[in-house]
Design a protein around this ligand. Structure first.
Ligand code: F6P
Length: 456
């Protein structure tokens, strides 16, 4: 006969993110409707043993937390249960520690334990499962890098934060004609950089999944200048390797915790400034991406995850984690969710769409040939001209863009154009006088790199 479920435990482990409280609320509300009590362990897995620390969760202490960032239970990604160390290597937990957790579950008469966490924390949950502790997992991470779930809550909120930062940088970059580098989080996946880069109108997106080089980044900067856009927004993921393969970290490798990434933005900025002679500033968004209220999307996803986690416990589907496989919230074995990091597929439609718009990934755009080639092909057939070789197609497009830029200037009042032409050009290209024909554009830049890139 089935034992009725009386009580379950819940904890939030690893780095915090917006939406954790929404899951807690979802679990408590759903459990209550089934007559199940909930206890919340404090400070992640640490609250499970020595000393055991928990609070009973009820309507009173979970009301009004849906839109609150952080976690009312506290969390940590350090300590005795930090299962991921070094470059994301999972380690085995101490047997004694696992026995302590079993004792706690027994003593508190828990029928299930809901573990909300990212890659490392779910690896701990998997070890609990393997030694008979009745766990279910809920994926959480702003990095969106867990396999088996299309989205984890926290990601959308982090993207919203980075997008807002780009919106703000856009205006100041344009006003001061600067290059801005925005360094965003994401560990070894480029999701936050990719999504915010698209949503925030970034010009260059550098992510771990796409090898890039300074030449192409500089090329994009100069190409924009030739179009009259004297500023550039570059979004760089903290885990994007430098062209020589270096992963930029905050500190030397520590034995007891994950590698702290960060600093790539400053290095990229220094190099770009050096190569272009243009003022280049860097903004590291850091933990702002993890703070604040969850977006509506994250609230809805987190709430569904909470409700579904209770269902898994009731159905005794231990060792599973909830996941989002659009359009449904469902579940998979935890082990599947942590098997590998889910990184951006460089061939995915979202990357292709970004490239189609002209966003540079700091590499040779494989679409440039396809798109420009198709345009040139149709142009040739319209005009019966088959004299141009493939090599001149890119130039043709660039000349068209320059011409369009000059056309725009022609519509402006003469004094504004004059001021624009007379603007200081230390290390910068000047905008062509409105009377010049497009073909007579002045050299785009004075730096040797620019000259070698454009061969002009
Ligand atoms: O995994 C979430 C995350 O915010 C990463 O994007 C980032 O690299 C890391 O955690 C930062 O961790 P901490 O708060 O320990 O510095």
């Amino acid at each position: 006969m089935h034992q009725p479920i009386k009580r379950i435990g819940i904890l939030t482990a690893g780095g915090d993110c917006p939406g954790l409280n929404a899951v807690i609320r979802g679990v408590v509300k759903t459990a209550r409707r089934h007559g199940i009590e909930v206890v919340g362990f404090l400070r992640g897995y640490e609250g499970l043993v020595d000393p055991v620390s928990y609070v009973p969760l009820n309507h009173k202490n979970t009301t009004g937390i849906l839109n609150q960032g952080g976690t009312i239970l506290g969390s940590t990604n350090k300590g005795r249960f930090a299962a991921t160390v070094g470059i994301d290597r999972h380690i085995r937990l101490d047997e004694e520690l696992l026995d302590g957790v079993k004792d706690t579950c027994r003593q508190l008469n828990l029928s299930g334990l809901v573990c909300i966490g990212g890659d490392g924390s779910l690896a701990v949950a998997q070890q609990f499962h393997e030694c008979g502790i009745p766990v279910v997992g809920v994926p959480k991470t702003i990095d969106n890098d867990l396999s088996a779930t299309a989205f984890s809550f926290g990601f959308d909120s982090a993207v919203a934060c980075a997008t807002d930062a780009l919106d703000r940088l856009h205006t100041t970059a344009a006003s001061h004609e600067r290059i801005f580098i925005l360094e965003v989080m994401g560990r070894h996946a480029g999701w936050i950089a990719l999504f915010s880069g698209i949503a925030g109108g970034g010009d260059v997106i550098l992510i771990p999944e796409v090898p890039w080089s300074y030449e192409y980044v500089v090329k994009k900067v100069l190409q924009r200048e030739r179009q009259g856009k004297r500023f550039t927004l570059i979004v760089v993921a903290e885990g994007a390797h430098l062209p020589d393969g270096t992963l930029v970290t905050r500190e030397g490798q520590q034995q007891d915790r994950q590698t702290r990434l960060g600093g790539v933005g400053a290095q990229v900025a220094a190099e770009i400034e050096d190569r272009t002679g243009r003022e280049t500033r860097v903004v590291v968004l850091g933990h702002l991406q993890r703070g604040g209220a969850p977006t509506t999307f994250d609230r809805v996803l987190a709430t569904q995850f909470g409700a579904h986690a209770v269902r898994l416990v009731i159905e005794k589907r231990f060792g599973e984690m909830v996941c989002y496989q659009p359009p449904s919230v469902c579940s998979v074995p935890i082990v599947e969710g942590i098997r590998e990091l889910r990184c951006v597929d460089p061939a995915s439609s979202v990357v292709q769409a970004a490239r189609a718009l002209g966003i540079s990934f700091g590499d040779e755009d494989p679409q440039a040939v396809v798109f420009v080639g198709a345009a040139a092909e149709s142009d040739r057939s319209l005009h019966g001209d088959n004299s141009r070789g493939a090599d001149s197609r890119g130039d043709t497009q660039e000349q068209d863009e320059e011409a369009a830029c000059l056309d725009t200037l022609r519509d402006w009042p003469a004094e504004i154009v004059a001021a624009s032409v007379a603007a200081p050009t230390v290390g910068r290209p000047s905008v062509a006088a409105p009377t010049s024909p497009p073909a007579a554009m002045p050299p785009v830049a004075t730096s040797p790199v620019a000259t070698s890139l454009y061969g002009r």
